[in-house]
Design a protein around this ligand. Sequence first.
Ligand code: NAD
Length: 296
Amino acid sequence: MNKEDLNGKTAVITGGAEGIGLSLARTLGKLGMNIVIADIETEALASAKSSLEDHSIAVLAVDMDVALKEDWDRTAAEAQARFGNVHMLINNAGVSGGVGAIETLDDAGWRWCIDVNLMGVVYGANVFVPHMKSHGEQSWLINVASMAGMGGVPMAGAYTATKAAVVALTESWSQELQGSNVHVSVLAPAFVKTRIHESYRNRQPRYATDVKPTADVFEVAKASSKAVANGIDADLLSARVIEALEQGELYIFTHPNYKPVVDQRSGNVSDAFERSAQSPLLGDVLNDRIWGFKVD
Ligand SMILES: NC(=O)c1ccc[n+]([C@@H]2O[C@H](COP(=O)([O-])OP(=O)(O)OC[C@H]3O[C@@H](n4cnc5c(N)ncnc54)[C@H](O)[C@@H]3O)[C@@H](O)[C@H]2O)c1
């Protein structure tokens, strides 16, 4: 696609009230897209709406929680009532919760992270992909994961697990939707200057916990706030997203300096395969079928 193709089309961006979501909203709006920002943070949502309108962008703001399926149905209805067909969904809302050692990360923290970072993405696709397929116009599903999803991050098990799941889901959906009108991408940034390290501001009361954060949580939080403060600007990320969409990329990376981390993981996996291929136990499996398809 060319960025001109976006003119007049409609994008729904979750977590669009701040940070990466708001920057993407502004960038896509300036390219002529109608913008729906959907967010749990009511005050930030109102000021994001007026800041986008200052750029003459057509914008609808929807107060919603991505972890609630019924909120997605309402968002879709409101978006279509205002703008008609929706052509792009950016599943961007996310929380950095779920920080801590194996022993200290409690159930409520896990559940919060899974419901927002993973189920939010699942519900979004459930609601909007059938709509995109049925109108048949060129469409995009962009899931925001993280570099954390490309390899394990210590003391951040829940965040890492949900982001790795978003990468895997995107790979699965990209194959499922191949040849359709819906292009699927996963955005996996490293650090970007936003308020992601202050995600607790949006922890819904239903995920409240009595467990007090331990010293290790504070250490991780301190280190990640510093890294976020030194991160790239969200507007640079947004420009990169447009460039990657124009090239039809599945994986959208913004931090080429992290390649060695991913290379190391790929190398470790490849070495482990080599060792399994040398195992006398597995000789017969070598020539067997892969994923149910015969190997040539
Ligand atoms: N900033 C980084 O360094 C970084 C790095 C990698 C990935 N990411 C990912 O980028 C995405 C955007 O984060 P950000 O950095 O802009 O952080 P941010 O905290 O500035 O913005 C996140 C937005 O999501 C909204 N949100 C949170 N919970 C929600 C819910 N339940 N329903 C609806 N909206 C909700 C927040 O209100 C906020 O507007 C997240 O998925 C995050 O994991 C960020």
